[in-house]
Design a protein around this ligand. Sequence first.
Ligand code: HEC
Ligand code: CU
Length: 490
Amino acid sequence: MTKNLCEMPAPTWHNQKQTTSVKRMMSPNRLSKKLILAITAMGLLLAGCADDKPLNTFEPKGERAVAIDELMFWIWPIMGVVFVLVIGGALILTVKNRVKPEDYDPEDLPAQTHGNTGLELAWTILPAILLAGICVPMVRGIWELEEKNEPGELDVMVIGQQWWWEYRYDADGDGFFIDGNGDGVVDEKDETLPLELVLDPDDIVTANELVIPAGQQIDLTLTSRDVIHSFWIPRLNGKRDTVPGRWHTWSVSAFEPGKYTGWCTEYCGLSHARMRMSTIALTPEDFDLWFENQKTEAAFPTDADAIAGREIFLAQGCTNCHILREETVAAVAADPEAGIAAVTPSAIVPTDPAEAAEYWKERRSGVPLVSAAAPDLTHFASRTTFAGGIFGSYAGEGTDANDDALDVGVYLNLSELAANPQGPDDYRWNSPELKRWIKNAPERKAMASEPVDLDPDDPDDIPVGRGMLPYEEMSDEDLDKIVAYLATLD
Ligand code: HEC
Ligand SMILES: [Cu+2]
């Protein structure tokens, strides 16, 4: 009688264990448990087949995603055949060669195939041919995905950090970097310095929502400020890791205007599951309007509550971490009627590169953040989500973080619509959630914002935290005012 190769002589304890486990497996109780487990697993697996899910790589909505999808169209059937042959073969052999424990004879080995030249040649050459065949479209696909626009076209820097995404648009075309090491040239050496010293302060900086024009490829330059993250908008392209100290390139493009959601896909700590993002594709005309608006500095508020909110914002030191590009002091001076106090210096980033570098150096020492970065709030109200895309800034139909229904046709008018809500379904500023966030952000999203001294032996070492500080002592009225101020930042 032939027997399976696996059934070589084994220590007796092994045999005993097998018999008892076989017995236990047969008990009805065990069986029904297994059944329930299998059914649950099947259910979970099948849930992945729902076709209206926003994170679906099988529903490509951009050129790159289509290329990947087409590749899968060929590769998956080939993989399927191999899978069925290998697993099916193994199963057939296992069942065919089963031996009852009482018939087990360690001397009775199955037919040995070792040294069968024909067989060994076959299972070496066949897979080699298969892999070589698959290799051709794969390598071509990889090259295709790496194709970039001509230099000079819009390029967006993507920076992953714990636990949100920062996007930087090189608005004036002078590159992402400044002369951080002061050697007179902006070169690769600058790119190796800490980001807060070398990133061009005159770029447009936004968070979590990557806004692009539809029908056009937008190149991306990716890095991270802390650990490895991964940028993935499944319906627009594959994923690419963002690695601290390295610069990776990638691109996104969408055929049609719309909102395309994504998620950080490299485990990155506490709030990894709350590190979402989206790409908002607008019509080219809308994109231009959006871009022009983002270039502007934040206007001073005119409403009394918002003016008071701005004062609290400055007094509470929110600008220790957050940047807010404001109209210059000169502009305020030109309009003393408005009765607005001069902007505190910490709210203004100098435009001169050397001064900016100095500014950042100083700032870094005062900032208890590991990454030395928090979302730029200059146009906070122009975004529909906050805190890594987990909360909607506007309550109303289709503004939820993971909601695909957002009508991007009104993307530019959301703050206007929210200023005058008519019915209960209309867009309105999500004050309750924002107040909760400002009062106690670490409670809303897990983060380690209490400053930690990373090196207690080093007296110069500054205790650092990750994330936003709680402001539990802030009164409800003050929270209302800050939120009223944030609402003006559109
Ligand atoms: C210690 C640094 C720090 C201070 C101080 C700070 N924040 Fe933050 N804030 C952050 C970080 C980091 C995030 C991003 C958190 C995330 O998304 O996980 C954030 C997020 C936010 C957001 C959401 C922004 C977005 O687009 O996602 C708002 C609004 C905000 N902070 C308001 C404030 C206000 C108002 C104050 C002052 C009362 C303040 N912050 C003080 C670090 C800080
Ligand atoms: Cu991440």
